[in-house]
Write a protein that binds this ligand. Structure first.
Ligand SMILES: Nc1ncnc2c1ncn2[C@@H]1O[C@H](COP(=O)(O)OP(=O)(O)O)[C@@H](O)[C@H]1O
Ligand SMILES: [Mg+2]
Length: 555
């Protein structure tokens, strides 16, 4: 009985225990369920967040790709375009959709297909490539590109990423630089030749003059000497054209009204231009004054108008217009050596035959001409180019075969400034002190000396600047005027003038040269351009000797 009771109790106890266990198990399970639920919702949140992040980073990468400043083209291993960004489509003139699915060959020039194929093979063998090439745009024009390409393996597929940079502007600037360097060296060459010729012609002209002065000269000989003189003068005019190209002709800048110069030039040329050609003028009437040499700007216009006339056969029109433009580096591709600022634009356009592409590069070179032998000298545009450069401006040409040509010239606007006045000539030949002449070219030296002697001056002449300077050092009291050449070996004329000025700051000086170069801070009382005639020499000598102390600064 007891045993049964014990068993009964034990059973109960056991049962209760089970119940407790069961209850606790149930409790655990629901807790666990709760936990799992929490965990899974946390996980869901995390996944959602990660997905968001992924989307964001994908969108960022896509945007970076799409709006990169270089064109990006993705191709498969056959060259089929799988994707392009906006820039790649834009620089080729296509819509994106027009390019995707096409072979890259549609962007290549036909002559590049073989090398394109070779490049593809090199890329596929793992070699990265950087090269310059030209691509074909949708409208048939071409574009200069620098391409950087590489094959990339993604999930077993090979993709080629090709980055396209537009280098049209870079190429243009390079070509411009090359062209201006070339013109610069032709200029140096031409300038050198012209300088030597000037000395020779000065001698020829000067001695012709001296012979003609002789009272006992027979008319027969005089006539022959005049022929020599005329020929030498023709040569001299050619040389001065060459010098304007070499930018070493003398320039005396003053502010002037460009419209007036156009009017006067057109007036002058109207007589030689046939009635079949209409000359039109289109002026900005409120144009600011240009700073420059009126004669030289007239020369520019004459050359351009005559060329325009030559380009027109039969009926046609020449239009000359003036306007003001503000040149800034933004939105306008300024040549490197041109300053920003206000410019006057002078355009001469014609309805003539146009200039073939292959000539456009060369038209400004001296002696480039398409006119027959004996007709053109090929110096017209060379002069124009030199003069424009000398004025700190620049020139562009735009031409279409059969339609016409436009030359645009940009000249800097004058800053307010009043030109200095020079005293008029007074009297002649009163005997003063000695005149010291220094010129390394002894024929020129002799000529100056003889001319001065004939006019009653006492002269000391040296063909060596150092000797001249030495003489001045010991005799500076005697000397009342120095005539010095600027271009000399051994000692530069400028240095000579500086040293002489140091010895006597009040000494009067006349500089002679075939070039008008930058004399820096040197001031001279007179300037004599070679070749010169004895009359010109004497008028300057008198002017300087009699004149006030109004030194001209030939900057
Ligand atoms: N307005 C123009 N239209 C067509 N061709 C031109 C024009 N201006 C210049 N050219 C070309 O440029 C060349 C050089 O001109 P230029 O230096 O003035 O020398 P030239 O007139 O003596 O030939 C000309 O021979 C001509 O071929
Ligand atoms: Mg010409």
């Amino acid at each position: 009985m007891l045993a049964a009771a014990i068993i009964g109790l034990g059973w109960r106890y056991y049962n209760d225990k089970l119940l407790v266990k069961k209850l606790s198990l149930e409790y655990d399970l629901s807790k666990e369920k709760e936990r799992l639920k929490n965990y899974s919702s946390q996980l869901e949140e995390l996944v959602a967040e990660r997905t968001k992040e992924l989307r964001k980073s994908e969108a960022m990468l896509k945007t970076l790709h799409e709006y990169a400043n270089d064109g990006i083209v993705i191709m498969d291993d056959k060259g089929v375009i799988m994707d392009v960004n906006k820039k790649a489509a834009d620089i080729h003139g296509y819509e994106k959709a027009e390019l995707i699915g096409k072979n890259i060959e549609i962007l290549e020039l036909e002559k590049h297909h073989t090398i394109g194929y070779e490049r593809m093979n090199r890329l596929l063998s793992g070699e990265p490539l950087v090269f310059e090439t030209e691509h074909l745009r949708k409208d048939g024009s071409t574009i200069a590109l620098e391409i950087s390409a590489k094959a990339i393996k993604i999930d077993g597929d090979i993709l080629i990423q090709s980055i396209h940079r537009d280098i049209t502007e870079k190429k243009r600037l390079q070509a411009q630089l090359l062209h201006s360097q070339k013109m610069e060296s032709i200029g140096t060459l031409a300038g050198g030749i012209a300088h030597d010729f000037n000395n020779i012609l000065t001698t020829v002209l000067g001695y012709s003059d001296l012979i003609l002065i002789d009272e006992n000269l027979s008319p027969e000989v005089a006539k022959k000497v005049r022929v020599i003189e005329t020929a030498a003068r023709k040569a001299s005019s050619l040389v001065s054209k060459l010098l304007s190209f070499a930018r070493r002709g003398s320039i005396e800048p003053v502010p002037f009204d460009i419209n007036q110069v156009v009017n006067e030039t057109v007036e002058m040329l109207s007589r030689i231009i046939s009635n079949d050609i209409t000359i039109k003028r289109s002026f900005n009437v409120r144009i600011p004054p240009v700073m420059g040499d009126v004669n030289q700007v007239e020369q520019i216009l004459m050359n351009l108008i005559i060329n325009a006339k030559d380009a027109i056969s039969g009926n046609g029109e020449i239009t000359i217009s003036t306007s003001t433009v503000e040149l800034s580096s933004e939105g306008f591709s300024l040549p490197a050596d041109i300053r920003k600022g206000q410019y006057v634009k002078l355009s001469v356009s014609d309805t003539g035959k146009g200039i073939p592409e292959e000539h456009r590069e060369r038209i400004f070179e001296p002696f480039f001409t398409t006119q027959g032998v004996g007709k053109g000298t090929g110096l017209g545009l060379a002069m124009v180019y030199g003069i424009v450069k000398e004025h700190g401006g620049y020139i562009t040409v735009d031409s279409e075969i059969g339609v016409g040509t436009t030359f645009d010239i940009y000249l800097p606007v004058a800053e307010a400034r009043t030109p200095g006045s020079r005293s008029d000539l007074i009297d002649n030949g009163k005997s003063v002190g000695e005149i010291l002449v220094v010129d390394d070219e002894f024929t020129v030296l002799d000529l100056i000396k003889e001319t001065l002697l004939r006019n009653g001056f006492s002269v000391k002449a040296f063909d060596n600047p150092l000797q001249g300077l030495n003489y001045f050092r010991t005799n500076s009291k005697k000397v009342s005027l120095v005539i010095a050449d600027i271009v000399m070996p051994e000692m530069d004329g400028i240095q000579l003038i500086e040293s002489i000025r140091e010895l006597n700051p009040n000494i009067k000086i006349i500089a002679t040269t075939g070039f008008s170069q930058n004399l820096g801070d040197i001031e001279v009382e007179g300037f004599l351009k070679k070749p010169f005639q004895s009359s010109k020499l004497m008028s300057i000598v008198r002017e300087v000797l009699n004149g006030e102390d109004d030194a001209v600064n030939l900057k």
